[in-house]
Write a protein that binds this ligand. Sequence first.
Ligand SMILES: CC(C)(COP(=O)(O)OP(=O)(O)OC[C@H]1O[C@@H](n2cnc3c(N)ncnc32)[C@H](O)[C@@H]1OP(=O)(O)O)[C@@H](O)C(=O)NCCC(=O)NCCS
Length: 156
Amino acid sequence: MVSVGTLCRKATADDVDTLYKLIQGYAEQGIMLPRSREALLRMIDTFVVAEQGGTVIGCGSLCKLGQDLVEIRSLGITDGYKGQGIGGKLVDFLIEEARAQGIPKVMALTYEVAFFVKSGFTVVDKEIFPEKVWTDCVHCKKRDCCDEIAVLKMLN
Ligand SMILES: CC(C)(COP(=O)(O)OP(=O)(O)OC[C@H]1O[C@@H](n2cnc3c(N)ncnc32)[C@H](O)[C@@H]1OP(=O)(O)O)[C@@H](O)C(=O)NCCC(=O)NCCS
């Protein structure tokens, strides 16, 4: 479905509260790492949002893991707006952002494999991403029993 009327843009400091609530909701369900408002403000340049009529209804971020690799993190759509193509649009926007930064590989750790495959990602072995293990994963409750699937897209 085409998400008519949805705008994707870089996040600003004014979005911090909305981002916090959106991410916290998913963090409480165990499908996203929580982010404090302070952390969100610190990393706001890495975030993008989707909005409709001035209301933010989705977000995602791009975390640099190395010279040639970025990870899509904190990707979430507000309940009631899913299944309208907005997640796909945000992923495309993040991919263009990676391309603009000259980074050739985009990965994600996810439970939503089918969604990422639709956006051109393929499933890969987690072990090929050593940088990831030493950043966010050390703070994750599931670090010793991670059941997320790694997906990768090579940009050309
Ligand atoms: C995963 C998520 C971001 C998808 O966003 P969305 O806006 O609902 O997805 P879209 O409508 O853009 O879907 C794009 C395509 O993926 C497919 N898709 C989406 N979710 C899917 C799922 N769970 N299983 C199978 N296919 C799925 C859609 O059918 C669509 O296919 P089409 O292009 O053939 O119509 C959203 O469901 C969400 O916020 N989930 C909770 C948080 C989460 O799990 N985030 C991922 C963290 S990495």
